[in-house]
Design a protein. Sequence first.
Length: 338
Amino acid sequence: MKSIIDKLGIDEKYTKEVKKPKYFTKVRDIVPPVANYNFMADLIMMPKTKEKYMYLFVCVDLGNGEFDIEPIKNKEPSTVLQALKNMCKRKYIDMPEYTLATDDGSEFKGIFNKYLYDHNIYHKVSLPNRHSQTSVVESLNRQLERLFIGYMNKKEEETQKPYNEWTDVLEIVRNELNKVRLRQTYNPITYKYPIFNATVQPKYDVGDVVYRQSDTPLNALGNNQPTNVFRVGDYRFERIPHKITKVLYYSGKVPYRYMLSSITRASYTEAQLMPAKQTEKESKYKVKAIIGKKIIKKKVYYLIWWKNYIKKDATYEAEADLIKDGFQDDINTFNESR
């Protein structure tokens, strides 16, 4: 294979499969083990019941593993918000004090997002297709699906008829699974957080330029493939360099994670990054559009919508830095349009 690949001139640098790490950054390494501080929520699509319930709203406390579930009939933000309020009337969870993490679904926007904002709860929204950012609630989802679908299978075997009434066992699942999942929490005042004690130095430093692992398969032009399943030969790394803006330190077995420029809602491990070539450090940044402008202390900043990223991930960049990086024409076009 190697001789054929060499003969065809194929470069597999960006298509090689990323090896799964032996250790992962665990939730307890980055989230304080304190109840009612930080939550994560999601929706599960379920079979339609006689009362027309089609979804299960799931919310889990990251501090102690406790959760609650609420059946709903639609995905309207107002319906999901009411489901959260209903949960807080029971004994399992209260409204989070600090954060609530969800995916980027429309059901968590509008009035749902506004309610969190008005009550000083930070709404953490994961990047599209980046399931690792909501892994805790998705793991709980699989447990719930196993129980509810298993129950419906049993009823269908007994009756030899289709059975969709998963809501029959809501209370049993809620009570019994919480007994298994509930773990010890600590007083935030007296709890002693683990001391950072890394035995290795970080591979990258602030200012280094890297390529990041893509969450979806890409073609050689940097566009998404028609499938979300990676095939041999698909690009697994984006060809857009990013500067490392922060090195995050943790006390677990994966002591370092890295924040990248223009990506404010995710961090990456060393295995998910690849050094960019010196000659490519600035040449691969691509501006899709300049969509805003502001002046702070007599310095001009432009709001950049980067190619291959969603509009909400646009970032303000200093005019001097943009000109230095070769984006003078983009600036001129934006100013002329205004």
